[in-house]
Each structure stands twice: as C-alpha cells, then as structure tokens.
Design a protein around this ligand. Structure first.
Ligand SMILES: *[C@@H]1O[C@H](CO)[C@@H](O)[C@H](O)[C@H]1NC(C)=O
Ligand SMILES: *[C@@H]1O[C@H](CO)[C@@H](O)[C@H](O)[C@H]1NC(C)=O
Length: 299
C-alpha cells in the first residue's frame, strides 16, 4: 500500500508521536468507555525498523481512521512486492458508541497496546467500549470461543423469581431479536433491575455470533450464579449482566459519559488534525517521489 522507504519512515515517526500523545492523556480523563478490560501479546517479536513494523503502523493508522466512521472494520496490509510481512487487524466498538466515541476508544486502545506489546507480531486489547486485535496470522472471520476473561461480582440476594428473570434476559441477548431474526451485533436487554448486554466481533456470521453468545451466556450463568454482576469474554464475543444498576468498574453499558464530552472532542480534534497531517504527508511524499523518479529517469 505504501511506497517509498522515506515515506514509510516518516509515517512511523508520526504514528509513534500519535500513540505517545494519546498515552500522555491524563488517566483522569478516561471514561468508563475507555477503562481497561484485558490485553495480551503474541510471543513472536518483529525487528524494529522492519517492513513488518511499517505495515503494522499502516494498519493501525487505517484502523483508527476507519473507527471515526464505523463501529467495525478489518484490514489486511502487505508489502507491495511480497506476501511476507502481512499483518491482519480489526476493531470492534460497542454497538451503541457514536463514531466519534468509537474513534477515540480505538485510538486509546492503540496507545495502550503499543506500550503493552511494543514489538510483538500480534496483540489484542479490550477496553469497555472497544476491542482491537492484530496479528501476522489471519484470524479474520474465524470463530474463536477461547475463554479470555471471566469475572463475577459479589453474591447478592436473588429470589428465585429474579434469578429466573436474570437468566431469561441473558438468553434474550444471546438469541438476539428472535422475531425478525435480524443480526444485531450489540444486544441489550432489561428485565426488572437486571441489565444484560452481548456483543460479537463483526467478522462473525449471524450464526457464528449466536453460537458464540449462547456458549458465553451458558458459562456466565454457571460460573457467576446469583451475583451482582458478571462478565464473560470469549475471543470473539462477550456477554455481561448487572443487577441493580451501578457497579464499581462501570461496565453497566449505560451512556454516562456525557461529562467527558468536552475532553473527548478536544482529543478528537487533535487526532483528526494529526491524521489529516499524515494523509497530506503521504500525498506530498508520493508526489516528491514521482518528481524524483522523473528526474532520475531523465539523466
Ligand atoms: C509470524 O511471525 C513469526 C515471527 O516473526 C514467524 O515465525 C511466523 O512465521 C510468522 N507467521 C506468518 C504467517 O507469517
Ligand atoms: C473485511 O473487510 C472487507 C472490506 O471492508 C469486507 O469485504 C470483508 O467482508 C471483511 N472481512 C471480514 C472477515 O469481516
């Protein structure tokens, strides 16, 4: 995709600046949408300055750009001359996020992942509001029910009625909108004081999503029992519930991020500025390159 070594190096520098500036954002501005859920890195490392690194940087730029406009996308970046150094990646925002919030969340995830996995070929990170993953082995469109994270709140008094309601609302979000059969990647449900939510990564088919979610919900009911809240994350989907509203980690899924809108807008403005800068630079560099090549050819 990118041509010219000089161009690629410049892009690397800019992308690192981008990640650094995001990391430097004070943690007090972190909204519940951006609180950390889990992250991990692959064993394999790449060589700094390699073609793989520049492909990875291109991928991350594509992901954060795309997240300004949509809640899911995937990219595959490979070097122009060979199929080696290919990097695959995707992001999935929680389905109720606005594109601006999604973009901000993915930018945050990229910043955190680059400090968590500085030279790993692959990495994955889940914040409350978004999931980001890349690797040099393809995982796009592959259903994966590996359990990544399970956590349960404290046991609370459920009468048998409310436990039945909890299970029913979990079944409801796992099954989606049964009447229309519509595929809805983010599903929420409320019954009494129980809130439940489920989300698949957008590369799963409708059938794979349902299969993944029914697995997640089954495990969640078994592991957590009568608790105030519970989360179960599989590699490609998750299900969670909260009874009685708030919980300490703010995972209820409500839209209580309004007081941070100003902060988000400011950061977003900076981010959009940087991305526009990168885009201009790419155009400029490819122009320069063409001019140089013409110059050389003329001699
Ligand atoms: C991924 O990277 C590792 C380490 O560089 C390498 O051993 C492995 O062959 C790569 N896999 C693919 C599919 O390129
Ligand atoms: C990846 O993205 C392309 C282009 O947006 C799309 O056509 C394709 O279906 C996506 N693949 C998966 C597995 O989501």
């Amino acid at each position: 995709m990118w041509k010219g070594k000089k161009g690629t190096q410049k892009i690397n520098v800019l992308v690192s600046v981008l990640s650094l500036s995001l990391l430097a954002t004070p943690s007090t501005s972190a909204t519940t949408t951006e609180s950390f859920v889990f992250g991990g890195c692959s064993q394999q490392k790449y060589t700094p300055g390699s073609a793989y690194e520049s492909n990875l940087n291109s991928l991350l730029t594509s992901l954060v750009n795309s997240a300004m406009f949509t809640t899911y996308n995937n990219f595959t970046i490979q070097s122009p001359s060979s199929s080696q150094n290919t990097v695959y990646g995707l992001f999935q925002c929680r389905g109720d996020l606005s594109p601006g919030d999604c973009g901000h969340c993915v930018a945050r995830a990229i910043g955190q992942l680059s400090s968590l996995c500085p030279v790993s070929c692959g990495g994955a990170l889940q914040l409350q509001g978004c999931f980001l993953k890349y690797d040099n082995v393809t995982f796009l469109g592959v259903e994966d029910k590996t359990e990544v994270l399970r956590r349960c709140g404290p046991s609370v008094g459920y009468d048998s009625d409310s436990l039945t309601r909890r299970d029913a609302v979990l079944d409801y979000v796992a099954a989606g909108d049964g009447s229309s059969g519509a595929y809805k990647p983010y599903r929420t449900g409320v019954s009494g004081d129980v809130f439940a939510a489920a989300q698949c990564v957008g590369d799963l088919s409708a059938g794979e999503c349902q299969d993944c979610l029914s697995d997640a919900v089954g495990r969640l009911k078994t592991y957590c029992g009568a608790t105030a809240w519970g989360d179960l994350y599989l590699a490609k989907c998750y299900a969670k519930f909260t009874k009685g509203g708030a919980r300490s980690n703010g995972g209820g899924g409500g839209s209580n991020d309004n007081n941070n809108d100003d902060e988000i807008e400011k950061t977003l403005a900076i981010l959009i500025g940087l991305i526009a800068g990168v885009a201009l630079l790419i155009v400029f560099l490819s122009f320069l390159r063409k001019v140089c090549e013409k110059g050389k050819g003329g001699k």
